[in-house]
Write a protein of this length. Structure first.
Length: 273
């Protein structure tokens, strides 16, 4: 019996010499092993999903752009990237840089494609002879090779495009109602406005009280212009309470006089810029 007890004590001492790891460390090892398994599975899934991009679908209604132009811009940004690793923001920027593109959306189209939606610009007018402009006052297609000839000509200093477009839109509807068309609107560096109608008549607004003068033009002068367009050379709205009309007959002969003497004044006051 004594020997048996001594043998048990020796076995207990041996067990005490090789203690088990503390419980927290055992849990940490299990968690780490689980994370490695999850990360390995995620990497494998990512590798599986990151397939080469084989198809690019381009949707949109185009007049001045083609789907092939868009696809070329997309492929130039891939650089061998797969469907997961492709940088969609860079692809969108490349498409937006194309002339006539207003907006673009790019999405992954599983398993091996991209879906591209493009909205083409709608040109409202020519801008400063070389560019085009839309109804939001955004200039695009710098030095455009193709400019629709029917577009009106808008012009102004740098940064003035939204203001010029807003005034054009405010005038054009009423001009069309009178049976005419506004073909040019110009804002110069001093802030003076003038326009030209499709019958060749020039209208000067100057740089003071422009809103009031435009209203007077639409409500009063435009009626006279539509009735006697063949006889009128220009209309000068730069008067306090009216406007002056320069008639085609004798306009060259009277060009050297003052504004009030060049034509018949249909109001009071002096032209004041």
């Amino acid at each position: 019996m004594l020997n048996r007890r001594r043998s048990n004590r020796r076995r207990a001492a041996a067990v005490r010499r090789w203690p088990l790891p503390p419980i927290p460390w055992r849990r940490a090892g299990i968690v780490a092993g689980g994370l490695l398994v999850v990360l390995g599975a995620a990497a494998a899934l990512l590798l599986f999903l990151n397939q080469p991009i084989e198809r690019i679908r381009v949707d949109g209604q185009f007049q001045h752009l083609t789907a092939l132009d868009v696809e070329k811009a997309v492929r130039a940004q891939l650089h061998g990237a797969g469907l997961v690793s492709v940088r969609l923001a860079e692809v969108r920027r490349a498409i937006r840089a194309l002339p006539w593109v207003e907006s673009a959306a790019v999405q992954r189209n599983w398993p091996r494609g991209l879906a591209v939606q493009v909205l083409e610009q709608q040109a409202l007018a020519r801008w400063n002879d070389t560019d085009l402009i839309n109804a939001h006052g955004e200039v695009f297609a710098s030095s455009a090779h193709f400019v629709p000839p029917e577009l009106p000509q808008l012009a102004g200093p740098n940064g003035s495009a939204p203001e010029v477009v807003a005034r054009y839109l405010a005038l054009q509807g009423r001009v069309v109602e009178a049976g005419l068309r506004l073909v040019a609107l110009h804002l110069d560096a001093r802030g003076a406005w003038d326009l030209r109608l499709d019958n060749g008549i020039a209208v000067r607004f100057g740089r003071k009280q422009v809103d009031e003068r435009c209203a007077r033009f639409l409500n009063v002068a435009l009626r006279m212009i539509s009735q006697r367009a063949a006889d009128i050379d220009y209309v000068d709205m730069r008067y306090t309470n009216g406007f002056a009309v320069g008639w085609r007959s004798g306009a060259t002969r009277l060009a050297g006089g003052s504004d009030a003497s060049r034509g018949n004044a249909a109001g009071k006051g002096n032209a004041d810029g």
